[in-house]
Design a binder for this molecule. Structure first.
Ligand SMILES: [Zn+2]
Length: 505
């Protein structure tokens, strides 16, 4: 299962995840409550070897049948079978009418030392003593339009057993993140960051990073890639959160892609499809991280300044827009960072700024033409240079030598080209980026440098032949110096892997 509904809690608690595995058994008009109860107990105690004295059951208040089964079939003492209300132990119907029924949960008792100590502490209490690990749902009613419950023609069973919780119980941990499902990934992240994985000051960030690395590795292997919409946007948010957490711990280069091996070490035996896709996954993660981190550093500094000078609890739409426009900060990232400091963001104000900027982007580009580079507004370039040195792309913007936006550049003209996707690596910090050529049907542009501007790559240079126009298709090709650098990087990565295997086994 993959979900982002509790994203803010992931890393803060021992049991929230964006990616988790659910075990279950089902019956459609076949076996029913007695078998489900008996088998859940049998698997817990006889197969998994859990201490029967520490297992409690919860049933729906009115479900006398389930209460009796736990006592008579399983032999649980009455004081270890609690009756809970509809919000805890009743499922459905999905709409106003249809299949629904009571549920029954199994709880593991971590012991009074983990409890709140209140006299009423029992399964369902919000402290850490009793942890639900298995939910058995008994769809047995058919809710009528008038709200009455008729018997369901085909009764069923639908159970869900949380794998991460089960593993934590079996391995004797209270946190899922201490189990061998997460620990190798956390330790790999700690090595990259030069941190102690158990340092309370960084532990929760490492938990979140490990969770996100698992989710991203599995989702990318399934063929979902970061993008600006739908499922792809969910991945983009996850990777940006992981990247920012790493950045806060001093990692200023892509690192999540380096956790893919550790994730596959844990999950690869169960999900062999992950392994042949590992290189593709790593390349996609690297590209996405590289693109995001370029602007993160500068933006974090500006964000810190905004917070420092803030009077009140709300970051203005104007400041949020400045982070977005100049540093490529997605507004939801600004909102998350604000929330962590108990602040909020004026989202309506942000939208208003965004709309106004779209109206006047051309004019403002001219106005700011002399401050060092063109204003790229919301332009984004996808970087694909980790695994491709040549690709077909499209011209999305052109700027002349004075950094004013133009529709075309003619032979001999200096300027900058923005593509929707590029293999050209843009160096930050004033170094020279990739060089090469952009070829169209009727023109050739010599790229003498590639620089970052917001989330766009600016290919700077001169039209050597013919002309270029916005909207045209181009063949973008990086020259050989780039190829040698890539190869050196790959060699270094392989040497590092070899050395780590020798040292760490
Ligand atoms: Zn309690």
């Amino acid at each position: 299962c993959f979900r982002l509904t509790d994203l803010d809690n992931v890393g803060r608690t021992p049991r929230h995840h964006t990616f988790f595995e659910m075990l279950g058994n089902f019956s459609f008009g076949d076996y029913f409550k007695e078998e489900a109860v008996r088998w859940a107990w049998e698997l817990s105690v006889e197969v998994y070897g859990m201490d029967p004295a520490r297992i409690h059951a919860a049933v729906f208040t009115e479900d006398d049948e389930a209460h009796r089964l736990w006592r008579e079939v399983v032999g649980l003492p009455a004081e270890r079978v609690v009756r809970l209300g509809k919000e805890d132990n009743f499922w459905g119907p999905a709409g106003k009418t249809g299949a629904c029924g009571p549920s029954s949960e199994l709880y593991w008792d971590y012991g009074p030392e983990h409890g709140c100590g209140r006299p009423g502490c029992r399964p369902g209490c919000d402290c850490d003593r009793f942890v639900e690990y298995w939910n058995l749902v008994f769809p047995q009613f058919d809710m009528q339009p008038d709200g009455t419950l008729a018997p369901l023609a085909n009764r069923g069973i639908d159970t869900g057993l949380g794998t991460e919780r089960l593993v934590a119980i079996l391995q004797g941990f209270t946190s899922n993140y201490d189990t061998d499902l997460f620990r190798p990934v956390i330790e790999a992240a700690a090595v990259i960051m030069g941190r102690d994985p158990d340092d309370p000051a960084v532990r929760h960030r490492l938990w979140a990073v490990a969770d996100h690395a698992r989710a991203l590795t599995v989702a990318l292997a399934e063929g979902v890639f970061p993008s600006n919409t739908g499922r792809g946007y969910a991945l983009r948010r996850l990777l940006r959160r992981a990247g920012r957490l790493g950045f806060e711990l001093g990692v200023e280069e892509p690192f999540v892609f380096r956790l893919v091996e550790a994730v596959n070490g844990v999950l690869g035996a169960s999900y062999p499809d992950l392994l042949p896709r590992a290189e593709r996954t790593k390349a996609a993660l690297f590209r996405e991280e590289e693109r995001f981190l370029g602007t993160l550093a500068a933006g974090m500094e500006v964000f810190g300044g905004i917070v420092k000078n803030l009077s009140g609890k709300v970051i203005s739409g104007r400041d949020a827009f400045k982070l977005y426009d100049t540093f490529g900060f997605p507004v939801d990232l600004t909102a998350v960072m604000a929330e962590e400091r108990r602040l909020s963001v004026d989202l309506d104000g942000f939208e208003a700024e965004l709309a106004a900027a779209r109206e006047t982007s051309r004019a403002s580009a001219r106005f700011r033409a002399d401050d060092g580079g063109p204003s790229v507004g919301g332009l984004e370039t996808a970087f694909s240079g980790y695994d491709a040195l040549e690709l077909d792309s499209r011209i999305v913007a052109l700027f002349d030598a004075a950094n004013s936006p133009v529709d075309a550049l003619d032979e001999g003209g200096d300027g900058s080209v923005v593509l929707d996707e590029t293999p050209f690596y843009a160096e930050s910090g004033g170094q020279v980026g990739d060089t090469g050529g952009l070829t169209t049907d009727g023109g050739l542009f010599d790229v003498t440098d590639t620089q970052k501007a917001g989330l766009a790559h600016l290919h700077r240079g001169r039209v050597a032949k013919g002309s270029l126009s916005v909207g045209e298709t181009v063949r973008a090709a990086v020259d050989g110096t780039r190829r040698r650098r890539i190869q050196a990087h790959h060699t270094a990565t392989h040497l590092l892997h070899w050395a780590l295997r020798r040292v760490l086994g």
